[in-house]
Design a protein around this ligand. Structure first.
Ligand code: XMP
Length: 321
């Protein structure tokens, strides 16, 4: 019988059976999936769990603060924040290929967890790593029945072969709507449960081209404007997700004030979806799009053009990389 209550009970039983009295590390990303996975494991084994939030420098504005304060306040988990910006940006230097970016980020995540595990538990180490992998992630990374490898989601296909942890993936059979129901059942607040999905590799896969600090700053500003205006129009719940993408290797000519500009385009990619397996481009009101476009071109240096992606999935994917 599928009810959120049953799912919680079943997950807790199976986590307890798998873990016994050993220690567990949980990767928190700020997203719904890892938050629900962490809350489930916390419910199951409490003090044996330590959560790690990796600040890889690829986050959106305000994201780190949300995890550091909001999530800890609600769940009371034991949280370690790892500042790994230099490690990730260093490893990504010079890389433009999407799959290479994903593999690098996946590997850096694991290396970070390994060094955190040593710091937290010393020689005894930590045996288990919790990840908020969902069923669609498994399918799209080629782990499901007969599916092609479309993208290496950093938490599935991007894992290194010499992984030292046994994975605990309590959401592996679930779709997003089920995860949200389980989150509410566990007492997580609505704002947390209804957050739009955000990919583990973060803004790195929304910069088309090499990832640099300057490009990250540019994208972060544009993204914050789009999110702010969507919230102001009270449309957050009407769409699934709203990636904002920077075409960092493309330039186009524009005019501003009385001068020529030669800047980068931003792509708005608002989509509707039920489970991210398929998606449609969201018909956002023109007034909202207009506001976002005006603000981005006025406020974000380097950006002189805003475009709207009107491709469904398939043939497009939601993210550009
Ligand atoms: P695509 O771009 O494949 O995305 O249509 C489907 C959904 O998955 C999210 N996504 C990821 N989530 N790690 C994640 O945790 C990843 O590597 C990853 N790549 C894509 C994407 O944002 C969308 O919701």
């Amino acid at each position: 019988d599928w009810t959120p209550e049953n799912m919680v009970t079943e997950a807790i039983d199976s986590i307890r059976a798998q873990v016994g009295d050993r220690r567990v590390l949980c990767a928190l990303s700020g997203g719904v999936d890892s938050a629900v996975a962490a809350a489930l494991v916390q419910r199951a084994i409490g003090p044996q769990l330590t959560c790690v939030f990796v600040d890889h420098g690829l986050l959106r504005q305000g994201e780190a603060e949300q995890v550091k304060t909001d999530f800890v306040a609600v769940t009371g988990v034991d949280l370690v924040v790892a500042d790994e910006k230099d490690r990730f940006l260093g490893a990504l230097a010079g890389v433009s290929d999407p799959e290479t970016k994903r593999k690098i980020i996946g590997a850096q995540f694991i290396r970070t967890f390994e060094s955190q595990a040593r710091e937290i538990a010393g020689d005894k180490g930590i045996d288990f790593l919790v990840q908020g992998t969902l069923y669609p992630d498994v399918v799209e990374s080629g782990g499901g029945e007969g599916a092609a490898n479309i993208k290496s989601h950093h938490n599935v296909g991007g894992l290194p072969e010499d992984l030292q942890f046994t994975l605990i993936e309590p959401l592996r059979q679930m779709f997003k709507d089920e995860v949200r129901a389980v989150g509410l059942q566990l007492g997580l607040p609505e704002e947390m449960v209804w957050r739009h999905p955000f990919p583990g590799p973060g803004l790195a896969i929304r910069i088309i081209g090499e990832v640099t600090e300057d490009r990250l700053d540019t994208l972060r500003q544009a993204d914050a404007i789009a999110r702010h205006e969507l919230a102001a129009a009270k449309l957050e719940r009407d769409i699934w997700q709203f990636p904002v993408v920077l075409l960092a290797d493309v330039r186009s000519v524009g005019v501003q004030g009385d001068g020529r500009t030669y800047g980068h385009p931003i792509v708005l990619r608002p989509v509707t979806s039920d489970d991210a397996m398929t998606a449609d481009w969201a018909r956002l009101p023109y007034e909202v799009l207009e506001k976002i476009s005006n603000r981005i071109t006025n406020e974000v240096a380097e950006v002189n053009r805003v475009t709207l992606d009107i491709t469904s999935k398939p043939p497009g994917t939601i993210e550009w990389e």
